[in-house]
Design a protein. Structure first.
Ligand code: DPP
Ligand code: ZN
Length: 886
């Protein structure tokens, strides 16, 4: 596929003011009629009209009712010289939804028909100007068999519906808001809906609906509640109200992504809609709340103001992730629960985005070029993009940020704009801020790829009673960007005395101290800040709340980190101190000779025990601290990684924590039982998370020592659990410890939930993500491929088994015999013919092959080369593979 470049952007020569679409819906053959009101931009020289189309069967083209000559070029339908400045273009074509295994455009899932148009799926429905800066008013008539497809939905408001001959019926929808084609949606299916009428603050009534297949209504309450909470929050925090009479969410069983924000008709992967206590875990409930919010928030940040071109994707995604993260924090409530959320968000960023930014797919938050835009729905555009918005929030403050949002909508409502436009509005609304003073510098976050390294060293001068912090930044090269310029880095910090008390902060030149925490704004390659009235050596707590997406090297000793772990008031840095202590031990063990036993020191164990037993801390926080950094995160930090060795070392440390804290784990398990009715709130979620971690540690230790007590208790709990979080937690404890009781438990679980697709996904996932031991997990995955419930055709199922191995289980995947890589190559090729979007995501499992030690590195390269050799690889996968080998 040819490269598309940001610098080549030009405004559209034609606009489509309105379109009337008619669909005669049928899984085998759907007839699409399209009547477009086209206008030529008379300020531009006359150009051919080029309409995008893909996999369409064209029946006819008319201009103002007359036939017209046209040609096909590069997949586009080209009309060379339309005579008039404004004309009506009529197109008729057919498509075959049931053959559409790509799940882009109109496709069949279960017994229904659904669409997915972002980014470029609309062109798979009919010929159109399929680009986000062409915004059109859509009127849509759907006709279909009434029995098969009793529910017919599209965007906006329902104008009319009724019966037709031959058992058919119709529905006519009109969306008053001009929108890009990527926000178009259609649903024809046999569905039922949970409905609720709500009033917005202005007193307007809205109808909210959550559509699911029959039998799933009892799993829709949480999605509905999340939707209502999102509406309330967006009005309260940003003054943004729902602009439609009706807002619909529809659950789709086969879906490439999490969900899609189509105007007024959000389509969701079932995983992010369906939940009740019996079938979904706390983590699932949480995911639903944030994805429902995310898609709802897009109605303003994405739909009312959209992207000029796909290079600006982070304009809507980074901002909307920031909004959903803030929403979840506000929902969580207490400062401690907010801290827990922040830790979770940073974990995702560092495990997914940091490796991406260090590998062959590294790209700026606002990319400069792509072959397949689907490949750029990335952690960089989403999660790093959100961090960029968060830094703006830090620089202008909460009120200033709200003012910036207001100005952004005042200027750009109804437009398709750029990341620059957003940053400009933020700066203009806050003229006295550090953001406004350094706007061009700040915007390097959009332009430069890579994770900056921030070195920080403090020097105490006893005589002058000063403590001087010297910061130095460096951003290593990325593909196509050899040299980087300094970036603006907000460094939130506090200083702790060794007894843990916080020091009042006063910079040289300031009249008095101003609080115990502040934000330093770094704008140069190196910069020093001198604090005065410092009477003793201090321990700096830098980058509090992870105030910038950088890798920090602060040179703190283990003794310093123990002070922070015991006393830091910043939840993120307190947690981070514990993670770093663990990572230091793992690094030391990796550097030692293989034969040397890895022994966990008493200081670390004592610190972990103290934290676990600390009555002032929330269970959720403790669970995070007591969980060692993941193999994926650690592998990203270590050059020339040996995944097997890393796994062995980390497992050994967990074994030792399980043994040394045995009595503490037993206490924690008993002390964190929830004795009231199930609610997925922050408190209960924390209790269950810690109890489940404790149980896992107890079972692990019992299996190692041959003690039947805890495996037996875990099995009992698995059988008797009143909710999925506890049931799955107990099952996981057995499976992860390779306990004998894991087998009967797995069989029982399968029998109990065989009708629940999302629960079966968990069953596959759990087995595929278990800690590898003697190749057992890899062998089990091979067996599960043959299981009658396994299919490559359903993305959730494919992710549950295949992605679990390659993306989430490094020790099962990176094998000395290279069988994991062969597996990967086979599956990339198998997925690629049916579903290129899914295949190219899957292909990314080997992005970081260059960071592997031998013999992994060469074996991985060979597997990538085998995929590259396939002649008809899809454009999506080709781009990933080509970058990996570049
Ligand atoms: N635009 C969708 C979302 O992020 C997914 N592609 O919500
Ligand atoms: Zn989004």
């Amino acid at each position: 596929a040819p490269m598309v470049r940001r610098q080549d952007y030009s405004a559209p020569a034609y606009r489509i003011r309105a379109v009337e679409l008619t669909f005669d819906l049928d899984a085998a053959k759907t007839i699409v009629g399209s009547r477009l009101s086209v206008e030529r931009d008379t300020a531009l020289p006359v150009q051919p009209l080029r309409l995008d189309g893909e996999d369409l069967n064209l029946l006819r083209v008319l201009v103002d009712g007359q036939s017209v000559s046209f040609r096909h070029e590069n997949g586009q339908l080209v009309i060379d010289a339309p005579a008039a400045e404004a004309f009506t273009l009529e197109i008729r074509n057919t498509i075959a939804p049931e053959k559409n295994t790509q799940l882009s455009g109109l496709y069949a899932s279960g017994s229904g028909l659904f669409t997915q148009c972002e980014a470029e799926g609309f062109r798979r429905i009919t010929y159109f100007l399929d680009r986000p800066d062409v915004m059109t008013v859509f009127t849509v008539t759907l006709r279909a068999d009434k029995k098969k497809y009793p529910v017919l939905l599209s965007n906006g408001n329902l104008l009319e519906q009724g019966e037709l001959a031959n058992g058919k019926h119709f529905a006519k929808w009109h969306d008053p808001f001009p929108k890009p084609a990527y926000l178009f949606a259609v649903v024809a299916a046999d569905l039922v809906a949970r409905e609720q009428r709500v009033l917005s603050r202005s007193g307007k009534e809205h109808l909210l609906q959550v559509y699911v297949k029959r039998g799933d209504l009892d799993k829709t309450e949480h999605a509905m509640n999340s939707l209502i909470a999102s509406m309330v929050w967006d009005e309260a925090r940003f003054g943004l109200a729902l602009d439609l009479e009706r807002f619909m969410i529809v659950a789709v069983p086969d879906f490439n992504m999490g969900a899609m924000e189509n105007k007024g008709l959000n389509l969701f992967n079932t995983k992010f809609v369906l939940a009740n206590a019996a079938t979904a875990t706390d983590v699932d409930f949480d995911g639903i709340e944030s994805v429902v919010a995310h898609e709802y928030f897009h109605n303003w940040t994405g739909n009312r103001v959209t992207c000029r071109d796909w290079f600006q994707l982070s304009l809507k995604e980074g901002l909307t992730v920031f909004r959903d993260q803030e929403f979840s924090m506000d929902m969580a409530g207490s400062p401690s629960a907010r801290g827990v959320r922040r830790i979770g968000d940073v974990r995702v960023l560092r495990e997914r985005q940091f490796p991406e930014d260090a590998g062959p797919m590294a790209h700026p938050v606002r990319p400069d070029a792509y072959q397949a835009i689907d490949n750029f729905y990335t952690a960089t555009v989403y999660e790093k993009g959100s961090e960029v918005v968060r830094m703006m929030h830090t620089l202008v403050g909460r009120e200033g940020f709200a003012a910036g949002m207001k100005l952004y909508f005042a200027r750009h409502d109804g437009q398709a704009v750029t990341c620059d436009d957003f940053a400009q509005a933020m700066a203009d609304a806050n003229p006295d801020s550090a953001l406004a003073a350094n706007l061009e510098l700040f915007k390097r976050w959009y332009a430069q790829a890579g994770t900056p390294r921030l070195q920080a060293r403090g020097v105490w001068d006893a005589e002058a009673r000063t403590w001087t912090l010297t910061l130095a930044q460096h951003n290593p090269p990325s593909p196509g960007q050899a040299d980087k310029l300094p970036q603006l880095i907000p460094v939130a910090l506090g200083l702790l005395k060794r007894d843990g008390t916080a020091l009042p902060l006063q910079l040289a030149g300031e009249a008095e101290a101003g609080g115990t925490e502040r934000v330093l704004v770094m704008t140069e390659a190196t910069q020093s800040f001198t604090f005065v009235n410092v009477d003793a050596e201090v321990v700096p707590s830098l980058l509090r709340g992870f105030s910038a997406p950088v890798v920090l090297d602060d040179g703190l000793s283990d003794a310093d980190l123990l002070v922070l772990l015991a006393h830091d008031t910043d939840a993120f840095n307190r947690w981070e101190a514990g993670q770093r202590l663990a990572a230091n031990r793992i690094r030391a063990a990796l550097a030692a000779p293989v034969e040397a036993p890895v022994v966990l020191d008493d200081a670390f164990i004592a610190a972990m025990r103290a934290l676990l037993r600390d009555a002032s801390l929330d269970a959720a926080f403790k669970e995070l601290v007591l969980t060692l950094p993941s193999e994926i995160y650690l592998a990203d930090q270590i050059e020339g990684i040996d995944p097997q060795r890393l796994h062995a070392v980390r497992e050994s440390l967990i074994d030792q924590l399980a043994a040394a804290l045995h009595a503490d784990w037993a206490w924690a398990f008993e002390a964190h039982q929830v004795k009231v009715g199930y609610k997925p709130d922050a408190w209960q979620t924390g209790q269950r998370a810690l109890a489940n971690l404790a149980l896992a540690m107890l079972v692990r230790h019992a299996v190692a020592t041959g003690d039947p007590l805890w495996p037996g208790k875990a099995y009992q709990r698995f059988k008797d659990a009143s909710n999925m979080t506890d049931r799955l937690g107990a099952l996981e404890a057995l499976v992860n410890a390779h306990a004998e009781l894991a087998e009967p438990a797995l069989a029982r679980f399968h029998a109990q939930f065989k009708g629940e697709a999302l629960v079966l996904d968990k069953w596959f996932m759990l087995q595929a993500r278990a800690p590898e031991r003697d190749g057992r997990v890899f062998a089990r995955i091979q067996q599960l491929l043959q299981h009658p419930d396994f299919t490559l055709g359903n993305p959730n199922r494919a992710r549950a088994l295949l992605f679990s191995l390659t993306h989430f289980n490094p020790a099962a995947f990176h094998r000395l015999d290279a069988a994991g890589y062969a597996f990967w190559a086979d599956k990339v090729l198998a997925l690629d013919t049916a579903n290129p979007q899914l295949a190219s995501r899957y292909a990314r499992a080997l992005d970081r092959w260059r960071n592997l030690a031998e013999p992994y590195r060469s074996a991985a390269r060979e597997a990538i080369a085998r995929v590259a050799a396939k002649p008809d690889l899809s454009g999506d996968t080709h781009e990933i593979i080509q970058r990996a080998l570049a």
